[in-house]
Ligand binder design. Sequence first.
Ligand code: FES
Length: 574
Amino acid sequence: MNRLTPEQLRSHRWFGREAMRTFNHRSRMAQLGFAREDYAGKPVIGVLNTWSDINPCHSHFKERVEEVKRGVWLAGGFPLELPAMSIAEPFVKPSPLLYRNLLAMEVEELLRSHPVDGAVLMGGCDKTTPGLIMGATSMGLPFAFMPAGPMLRGSFNGKTLGSGSDMFKHWAEVRAGTLSMEEWEGVLSGIARSPGHCMTMGTASTMTSAAEALGLTLPGAASIPAPDSRHAQMAVATGRRIVEMVWDDLRPPQILTADAFDNAVTAVLALGGSTNALVHLIAMARRAGVMLDLARFDAIARDTPLIANLRPAGQYLMEDFFYAGGLPAMLARLNGKLVLDALTINGKTLGENIAGAQVFDDDVILPLNRPLVAEGSLAVLRGNLAPDGAVIKPAAAEARLRKHTGPAVVFEHYAELQDRIDDPDLDVTPDSVLVLKNAGPLGGPGMPEWGQLPIPKKLLQQGVRDMLRISDCRMSGTSFGACVLHVSPEAFVGGPLALVHTGDLIEMDVSQRKLHLHVSDEELARRRASWQAPKPRYQRGFGALYAAHVLQAHEGCDFDVLVRPGDTPEPDIY
Ligand code: FES
């Protein structure tokens, strides 16, 4: 491997030349207290920190960023902390996905406009992982991803609690009248008890694990609980490693290949990961020039067993997964299904990184002959209701609903659903199919995680806990149920979902990958002729920019201008 010389460093253009403007750069570095020999001729590492006061998943990043910087110093580099937007999943409205592309743009331009040679990306809370990686991939400098790590297990009254899943489960019991408000408050106080991201196999754990399977983290990094001292050790090691990556000029195209994305999809499916991974991995892949699509997910799903016994599909949490050997051990168990010669950021192949990794608890990481789901843990459905696809996690649905036909009960938007779902006069039975429209990329906007539509109260009180539900939005990775998601194209742009009426029969058959609206083509044409497009949600600002450029769910919801081929010039430095 050819090593760069100091003169070949990108930062040399800012710091290495003698000119009036470079005087300005160096005088301002002196103003910060640095001598020329502290930074000139060394890899300058942008440490992109998504810490904020309101992001509990990243509350340890103030310490971790110092550990990353220590690693950079120790390896002979020069660290520069560059704050980036935090996108705290629980607080950012109307939907954090609305801002994933804004983070990606911020990351790309932060790296482009500053004198940096490489980057460490610090993220983990749901949208931060794809946003950081999409932006850094487009910029194309060497980068390493440092995952936030999951929080510790939740705990209350002797019960283990999992992020999200136990909120949904216990809220259903509150609505059914079987859980007191006092117990509800107790669950609330014990469900998130340390720094770190959600510790179920939700979107955060799914995407940080996907980043590791892609080769973008140090081996084992994604499974370490945030408060564990090994997390701090990993932060220092990541800082050390990025300096070497810059000297080796190890850039994203060498790592982010079609094989690497197949490995990530395989890992996500074996983990029982979040359906959000479809949207994010498709967007990440297309930034790397890899045309990943829904059909590839479905094909890999048919041949991948779900072997991580983690909630919401299984029993355990990320802390247990780490003690059982973590992601390297699970990948080692899957090695016949992975492309082992895919290169990773430590300069070794995935196969070399997982060689010898052991499983220490067969109940958490199941043997291949005793999987939680043998194949098809995720399915891509198509039909006249979803010409460009829709997704479901069949394993999260009651078995009776995996092949089901029932009459639609339609809600035109989420506010209407909230108003009517518990109405005692709502004409609904356990066989009904709940349909939510106008909750997609433009309609939501940002595909909010409303896809686990609530079961009507009167059915909950009869003991019903699952129904077939269909929408164009997403579902939290911690959710469960017979929920068909990401229907594409969405209702807001006139997709067939917009044409469904209450009482229409809808058929879903997972084994046939079928989603069919039993309404004649002639009647659908009549309905389409009288359909009126909703008014745009935004007149100005980022919302208007988003609406003008966002792609549909099956294309990853990126902006058309960000996936467009072509080069962006390096800034001129006079
Ligand atoms: Fe941050 Fe779940 S709220 S990962």
